[in-house]
Design a protein around this ligand. Structure first.
Ligand SMILES: C[S@@+](CC[C@H](N)C(=O)[O-])C[C@H]1O[C@@H](n2cnc3c(N)ncnc32)[C@H](O)[C@@H]1O
Length: 239
């Protein structure tokens, strides 16, 4: 299919050398924005399940932000509850945000707003009940700052929901999955080309900063390859 080739070409070409993170995102995503949702359906696993867990815990009148929301596809998983609260779909990439705005208008989501901002610094207009981060942290160079900022915007007891690619530490905490040396070397190289950096410290940092409510470590098929990449789903609460 022609659109598959467009995405594949963008992935193989990888990220541009633009000095600015926003420009690198735009160079990477603009040529594939139209095909983004269709292809990521086969690549970004666990999003529906995480959103279902999150939806069950959102309080009435909730305030939620998705950090690195892309096309706002994940808010469709929360559609049954959207009218009850208020949501911000925050992203730094204009091409994907344009798709998000089209979706919000087409679905008449009057309680959802698309915002162009860097989530390491964005200030929510109101304290939040939940922050969702779906496959965004691995694309944010200063991902520590994004997590710290999410926690700073959450009310005490607020929910942090994260799904992303990762690799384990060489010696993970008891009970966590351990990936062998080959995988710990391979996945950062494979994804790094497209500006995606699976981190051994991501899951430990989330567990350190937030109280764990639910954690699933799994694997998901990558389109056009025989491989299944490691990912996790984390649902936590701000202490
Ligand atoms: C792999 S996409 C995931 C999009 C969406 N969350 C999903 O599940 O389909 C990663 C997203 O993170 C965004 N992003 C990367 N760095 C960012 C930053 N510093 N601030 C805001 N968004 C960022 C990218 O523009 C992109 O939309």
């Amino acid at each position: 299919m022609a659109s598959d080739w467009r995405v594949l070409w963008s992935l193989l070409r990888g990220q541009s050398r633009a000095a600015d993170h926003r420009a690198r995102l735009e160079d990477f995503y603009a040529p594939q924005a139209e095909d983004y949702d269709r292809v990521r359906e086969r690549m970004l696993h666990g999003r529906r399940e995480l959103c279902a867990q999150l939806a069950a815990l959102l309080p009435a009148g909730f305030r939620l932000a998705e950090f690195g929301a892309g096309t706002a596809r994940n808010l469709a998983f929360l559609e049954d509850r959207l009218a009850e609260g208020r949501c911000w779909a925050v992203d730094l990439c204009p091409a994907l945000l344009e798709r998000a705005r089209q979706r919000i208008a087409a679905q008449r989501w009057t309680t959802v707003e698309a915002v162009e901002a860097d989530v390491t610094r964005w200030q929510a207009p109101e304290p939040l009940d939940a922050v969702l981060m779906s496959y965004s942290l691995t694309m944010i160079p200063d991902w520590f700052a994004a997590i710290d900022n999410a926690l700073a915007q959450l009310k005490p007891g607020g929910l942090l929901a994260v799904v992303d690619f990762y690799v384990s530490r060489p010696h993970p905490e008891p009970g966590l999955v351990r990936h062998g040396w080959w995988e710990r070397a391979f996945w950062p190289l494979w994804f790094g080309h497209a500006g995606v950096r699976p981190q051994p410290d991501l899951l430990p940092y989330l567990r350190y900063r937030a109280q764990t409510l639910a954690l699933v470590e799994g694997r998901g098929r990558l389109p056009w390859t025989p491989w299944r990449a490691p990912y996790f789903r984390f649902l936590g609460r701000r202490a």
